[in-house]
Write a protein that binds this ligand. Structure first.
Ligand code: GLA
Length: 693
C-alpha cells in the first residue's frame, strides 16, 4: 500500500509492501499515483531482482550501493531483510514499524513533513537478539532527475564554499570526522537538474541535523538510479545494542524545490522559523569584545567600550574570551570557569552593572567542552580528557576536549555554568567549541565521539531547562558548528571568524541556503580585517553585516567621530528595517556578472523589500546589465529609493541612472526588465528600499 505525506513543495510517497520502506517519490506533488508504474525493468547481466530504494536500503534484498544498515553480532554479519511495514499516518507524519524475525532486528521509521516543505526522517533500530554492534545507519532517498551535485566546504574563517559537479557517474561523499559539524565538510548536499541556479531548476537538498561525525552522499548506481544518503559515522564498536535496546538516529532533513535554490532556502527558513524553539524576540544588536580587546580585560576600558557601544545603539554587550582564572592567552585555563581575580578584583558585577545601567543586556563567552592541560581542573582530574589512552594526545590551540561522557566531568561543568548564571545578571552565552576531536575515547577505552555529541546536547538542554531565559550562541572557531541539530537548542550561530565584509558576502550567502538571517551572527569588524588584512569602509562592512543578526566587533574606542557616526547610522537603519530583515524571504538573485552579488529580502506580504547589490570585484564590462529583481508583487507598484550609507560607493561615470533619485516602478518591470545598475566601485554595496504604493 502507498502512503503519502504532501505539502505544497514536497511530496513523500512510500510503499510498505516491499520490505523496509520503499521511497517511490520524493519531489513536487504528483497527486494520484499508479503503483504499476513503479515496477522498473530488470536488465540482463545482473542479479534477478532490483532492490528498491528504501529509507534503509537493504543489502539482503540485493541493494548494490551502500546499505542502510551495517550490523554484526559476535563476529557474524547481520543482514536484516525487513517484513512489510505496519504504517500509521495522519497525513503530515508517518510511523512505520518493520521487523526481521530472522535477525531479531526491528526498525521504526519516523517521517514528519513540516508545513514549510521540509521532510524530517528518523530511524529507530531495535535489537531483540544477542548484543548487536551497529556500524552504520544510513537513510536513502531517490533523486531521479538530478545530474549535478552541489556541496559545501571551506575552512576556518572561510566557511560555506559551494562546489558544483556534473554527476554522470559514481559517488560524491562528504565525510566529516572532526567530532563537530565542520566548516571543511559541511553536512549538506544538493542534487538537481543540469544548470539549476538560485532561481530555476529542480533541486533536492539533504542535510544531517547532527553536530558530530557524519556523512552525506550522492550515489549514482550502476543501474542508473540516483540517490542521496545521510547518516552519522560511529567509532569502531561505539554503538552496541543489548537485548531490548534501541538506537535512535540523528534526524535527516530533506527539502525539494522546482524553483531553484531559493525554494530550498524558503523551505529550510520556513521550517526553522516555525519551530517552537525559534527566537521570538527582536534580535538585539550586539557588541562582542573579541577583536576589540582580545584577552586584555580591564574594567575601565571595557566600561568605556560599553559607553561607546550604547551610544551607537548596541543592545547586548558580550564579554568574550579572557575573563576567567589566569586566561591571559589561549594556552591555558579552559575548565576553570571562575572569574579571574587578577583582571577582575571586584568580579564581573561592576562591569555587568555598568552595562545594564546603559540599558544593554550582558552576555558571556564560555567554552565548556574543553580542558587546558594547564588548568586547575586538569591538575585535579588528569583523566578527564577525551583522548586515546595509548598515545600522546594531539592538542589543538593547546587544549584537549573534556570527556562529557564521564558523569563526574559532566556534572562538574554543569554546576560551574549554573553557578555563573545564578551568580551574575547574564542573559546570553556565547558557547564556543574550538577544536576537532582526535581519536575520541572515554576512560574505558571505548570510542566516544557520538556519545560526546549527545552529552553536549544534554548539557545545553540542561542549562536551557534550568535557565529558560538564557539565549545561547553556537560558535565553533567561527562557523564550525552550524546545523539543525545544534539549532534546536541554540539561538544564534557565529557564522565565521572572518569579519572581512568581502569574504563575508560569500560566506553568508552559503550559510543562507540553510539558516535564516536572524540566526546568522554578522559583525562590523575593525577597519582592517584581522583575518585577511583587507581594509573596507564602515559603510561596506555595515551593508554586509546589516543582513544578519547585526553586531559590532571592533574597538570603538579607537574609532574616529566620523566612523562612530557611520556605525550609528547603520545600527539605526538596521533597527528601522529589522522586522523585514529578520522576518522576510531571502531571495538570492542570479546575476550573470560574477563580479556582482545580489539578493533581496521581501516582506511576507510582498509590500516591502530591501535589495542588496555588492560589487565584489571589478566588472569586465561596464555598465553591468540590468538586474532583475525576483520575489516582488508582480501586480504591485513600488516606490524605490536607495538607502544611502556612503556616497563613495558610486564609481567614475559621466552620468549615473536617474532612478537613483527615487522612482515609482512596477514589480513586473523590476522582475522582467530589471533595473540598470549605477557604476559602482569595487568592494562597495548598493542598498535599495522598495515600498508598495
Ligand atoms: C573562537 C571564536 C572567536 C572567539 C575566540 C576566543 O576563535 O570563533 O569568535 O570567541 O574563539 O578565543
Amino acid at each position: 500500500m502507498l502512503h503519502a505525506l504532501t505539502s505544497a513543495r514536497l511530496e513523500f510517497i512510500v510503499d510498505d509492501t516491499s520490505g523496509g520502506l520503499e521511497v517511490v517519490h520524493l519531489g513536487s506533488p504528483i497527486g494520484r499515483v499508479e503503483p504499476a508504474t513503479f515496477s522498473a525493468p530488470i536488465p540482463e547481466g545482473g542479479i534477478d531482482r532490483l532492490a528498491p530504494i528504501s529509507v534503509l536500503a537493504e543489502a539482503a534484498a540485493g541493494w548494490m550501493g551502500k546499505p542502510g544498515l551495517r550490523l554484526h553480532r559476535d563476529g557474524t554479519v547481520v543482514f536484516p531483510r525487513l517484513d512489510p511495514a505496519t504504517v500509521t499516518s495522519d497525513g503530515s507524519s508517518l510511523r512505520a514499524v518493520a521487523c526481521d524475525p530472522a535477525t531479531q532486528v526491528s526498525v521504526t521509521f519516523l517521517a514528519t513533513l513540516h508545513d514549510a516543505g521540509v521532510l524530517e526522517l528518523v530511524v529507530e533500530l531495535r535489537n531483540d537478539g544477542a548484543p548487536l554492534t551497529v556500524d552504520e545507519v544510513l537513510v536513502s532517498v531517490p533523486v531521479p532527475q538530478a545530474s549535478e551535485v552541489l556541496q559545501f566546504g571551506g575552512r576556518w574563517s572561510d566557511e560555506f564554499h559551494p562546489t558544483r559537479h556534473s554527476w554522470e557517474w559514481g559517488t560524491f561523499v562528504v565525510e566529516n570526522r572532526s567530532g563537530r559539524t565542520s566548516a571543511t565538510r559541511f553536512p549538506m548536499m544538493m542534487a538537481g537538474t543540469a544548470d539549476f541556479s538560485e532561481q530555476s531548476g529542480t533541486v533536492t537538498a539533504i542535510h544531517l541535523g547532527w553536530s558530530g561525525d557524519g556523512q552525506v552522499r550522492a550515489d549514482r548506481l550502476p543501474d542508473g538510479r540516483r540517490i542521496l544518503q545521510a547518516g552519522e559515522i560511529f567509532g569502531a564498536g561505539e554503538v552496541v545494542l543489548d537485548t531490548g535496546e534501541t538506537h535512535r538516529s540523528a534526524p535527516v532533513f530533506l527539502a525539494h524545490s522546482a524553483a531553484g535554490l531559493n525554494g530550498i532556502s524558503d523551505s529550510f527558513h520556513g521550517y526553522v522559523r516555525a519551530r517552537p524553539t525559534h527566537v521570538a524576540t527582536e534580535r538585539p544588536v550586539i557588541l562582542n569584545t573579541w577583536e576589540a580587546v582580545y584577552f586584555a580585560h580591564d574594567l575601565n576600558t571595557l566600561s568605556a567600550l560599553a559607553d561607546r557601544a550604547a551610544a551607537v545603539g548596541v543592545e547586548r554587550f558580550v564579554l568574550d574570551d579572557g575573563w576567567f582564572l589566569g586566561r591571559d592567552d589561549d594556552r591555558r585555563a579552559l575548565g576553570d570557569w571562575v572569574v579571574d581575580p587578577a583582571k577582575w578584583p571586584a568580579g564581573l558585577d561592576p562591569l555587568i552593572a555598568h552595562v545594564r545601567g546603559l540599558g544593554m543586556e550582558f552576555g558571556l563567552w564560555v567554552e565548556p567542552e574543553m580542558i587546558s592541560p594547564d588548568s586547575e581542573l586538569f591538575r585535579a582530574h588528569p583523566d578527564w580528557g577525551l583522548v586515546d589512552p595509548h598515545h600522546d594526545p594531539v592538542r589543538a590551540r593547546h587544549q584537549l576536549v573534556l570527556d562529557l561522557t564521564n558523569p563526574g566531568a559532566f556534572e562538574h561543568i554543569r554546576q560551574s555554568l549554573c553557578s555563573l548564571l545564578d551568580d551574575h545578571d547574564i542573559s546570553y552565552l556565547k558557547w564556543d567549541m574550538n577544536r576537532d576531536l582526535v581519536a575520541p575515547t572515554d576512560s574505558t577505552g571505548r570510542a566516544a565521539g557520538q556519545a560526546q555529541t549527545r552529552a553536549v546536547y544534554r548539557l545545553i538542554d540542561e542549562i536551557k531547562r534550568t535557565h529558560p531565559d538564557i539565549e545561547i550562541e553556537s560558535c565553533s572557531s567561527g562557523g564550525g558548528r552550524i546545523d539543525l541539530g545544534i539549532l534546536t537548542r541554540t539561538d544564534r550561530v557565529w557564522t565565521s571568524d572572518c569579519n572581512d565584509a568581502l569574504d563575508r558576502i560569500r560566506i553568508q550567502r552559503g550559510a543562507s541556503y540553510l539558516i535564516p538571517p536572524e540566526l546568522m551572527g554578522a559583525h562590523i569588524g575593525p577597519n582592517r580585517a584581522h583575518t585577511t588584512g583587507r581594509t573596507h569602509t564602515v559603510a561596506f562592512r555595515g551593508a554586509t553585516a546589516m543582513f544578519g543578526h547585526l553586531g559590532i566587533e571592533w574597538n570603538l574606542l579607537a574609532a574616529t567621530d566620523d566612523e562612530l557616526a557611520a556605525v550609528e547610522r547603520i545600527v539605526s537603519m538596521h533597527k528601522a528595517h529589522r522586522a523585514l530583515l529578520h522576518g522576510g524571504r531571502t531571495v538570492r538573485i542570479d546575476v550573470e556578472d560574477e563580479a556582482v552579488s545580489a539578493f533581496v529580502v521581501v516582506a511576507p506580504d510582498q509590500g516591502e523589500a530591501i535589495v542588496s547589490v555588492s560589487q565584489i570585484a571589478t566588472s569586465r564590462g561596464l555598465p553591468i546589465g540590468p538586474i532583475r529583481i525576483p520575489g516582488l508583487d508582480l501586480d504591485g507598484t513600488y516606490w524605490l529609493e536607495q538607502l544611502v550609507l556612503d556616497e563613495r560607493r558610486l564609481g567614475l561615470a559621466k552620468q549615473q541612472p536617474a532612478w537613483l533619485e527615487g522612482v515609482e516602478i512596477s514589480g513586473r518591470q523590476l522582475a522582467v526588465a530589471g533595473l540598470p545598475m549605477p557604476i559602482l566601485n569595487p568592494e562597495t554595496a548598493l542598498l535599495l528600499h522598495l515600498q508598495r504604493r
